[in-house]
Ligand binder design. Structure first.
Ligand code: PLP
Length: 410
């Protein structure tokens, strides 16, 4: 079954097939289909000589709880096997901790980081409040402007943090082109790939060095855990692993087992959520109350051509922009929804709607984008869950009716 260099079982076949057995290693957990939840801090040694011999610092070797047990190793191994070209995966207690782990793992004082202007907002806050004081400077770029990106590099540029599609505004960047430019300048590229997952966008194969995933979203899939992962080829993985250990990073075996369980149905959930999201996006695109639907799966929407070229699937997360309405209209719409909950996170089985204002967290690109009517700027993000899409459409229809039942127009 799994040889020494093999990522457990699950490294063969189509993604749906690989998901079923990814991370299952009989040498770790015997005949059990699911790795048991190993709750232990102390790992015992046979005698003092055994203790003095130590253990190889690799997954698969009992040493001490912080270095994990077969439960965490199986999850990391499964994630590695889904990302062709990767040597290993490090687990973090949240998606944001994974972003912080990747940045602090690869950057040093004096380095310059380039960050995509559509990056997850807490990444920007981290750059300002933590990296800055540590002597790491961050510069922002418009992910859709390759020439401007090229011109930003300097001697000290060490790394690039990308996110595509952006998790609020859904721009699809030309990741292979951006990664090639960064490589020419000797910079490491990290991609927050939470929207697509390794199933639909293999990060290393598309030219980036480091894949970051908030497992809280699609992999967990049931809104019952928080976790993040950083997957990379050997060069970066070994350095990231060293710093991961220096910072005492650890995830619980219980959450790891839940994440592994979520992983088994990832393809199925994404397929269903993507097809529902596309149906709802098509419906929204026909509504007079909607100026723009920001969903790269939708023909004619921004980013659709690049999505077709580079991705093998989609998901339930997208946004839309109201035509000439005010924040008060949006409030009435969102508050009138019955099936959509209001809350952060996404990728769960339940649908969510959240108002957002991208203008607050950009510095290198405009919101609304050039060419749009300036009155069309009030945005809502939807995370489509596993409900019947016809019911969700009916819910949104109720929301639109409530929205315009109020009097004012922009
Ligand atoms: C939610 C999210 C994160 C952070 O994940 P947490 O587990 O909530 O910390 C990172 N990146 C993107 C794109 C996200 O949507």
């Amino acid at each position: 079954m799994s040889g020494a260099n093999d990522s457990g079982s699950g490294s063969k076949g189509q993604p749906a097939t690989r998901l079923v057995s990814a991370g299952r290693r009989p040498e770790w957990t015997g005949p059990a289909v699911n790795p048991p939840v190993w709750r232990t801090s102390t790992h015992l040694y046979a005698d003092c000589a055994d203790l003095a011999r130590g253990r190889p610092n690799e997954d698969g070797h009992f040493y001490y709880g912080r270095r994990g047990t077969p439960t965490q190793w199986a999850l990391a191994d499964a994630l590695t096997s889904l990302e062709p070209g990767a040597a290993g995966t490090l687990l973090y207690p949240s998606g944001l901790a994974a972003i912080a782990g990747a940045l602090l793992g690869l950057l040093d004082s004096g380095d310059v980081l380039l960050m995509s202007d559509n990056a997850y907002e807490p990444s920007r806050t981290l750059a300002e409040k933590l990296l800055g004081p540590l002597g790491i400077e961050t510069r922002y770029f418009d992910p859709l402007d390759l020439a401007a990106f090229s011109s930003l590099f300097c001697e000290r540029t060490r790394a690039v943090l990308l996110e595509s599609p952006g998790s609020l505004t859904l721009e699809v960047a030309d990741i292979p082109a951006l990664a090639a430019i960064a490589r020419e300048h000797g910079a490491t590229t990290m991609l927050d790939n939470t929207w697509a997952t390794s199933l639909h966008f293999p990060v290393l194969e598309r030219g980036c060095d480091v894949a970051i995933h908030a497992l809280t979203k699609h992999v967990g899939g049931h809104s019952d855990l928080m976790m993040g992962a950083v997957t990379a080829a050997e060069l970066h993985h070994s350095r990231l692993r060293a710093r991961h250990q220096l910072m005492g990073q650890f995830v619980s075996p219980d959450d790891s087992a839940l994440a592994l369980r979520g992983l088994r149905t990832l393809q199925l959930r994404l397929e269903r959520q993507a097809s529902s999201a596309l149906a709802i996006a098509r419906w929204l695109a026909e509504r007079p109350e909607v100026a723009h639907v920001l969903n790269p799966m939708l023909p004619g929407a921004p980013g659709h051509a690049l999505w077709l070229r580079d991705f093998t699937g989609g998901c339930g997360l997208f946004s839309f922009v109201l035509a000439g309405r005010t924040p008060a209209h949006r409030t009435r719409l969102v508050d009138a929804l019955g099936l959509f909950g209001i809350g952060f996170s996404w990728g769960g089985y339940e649908s969510l709607a959240i108002p957002f204002d991208p203008a607050r967290s950009r510095s290198a690109s405009a919101w609304p984008p050039a060419g749009w009517n300036r009155a069309d700027r009030i945005a809502i993000r939807l995370s489509i869950g596993l409900e019947d899409p016809a019911d969700l459409i009916e819910d949104l229809e109720r929301g639109f009716a409530a929205m315009d039942a109020g009097s004012e127009r922009a």
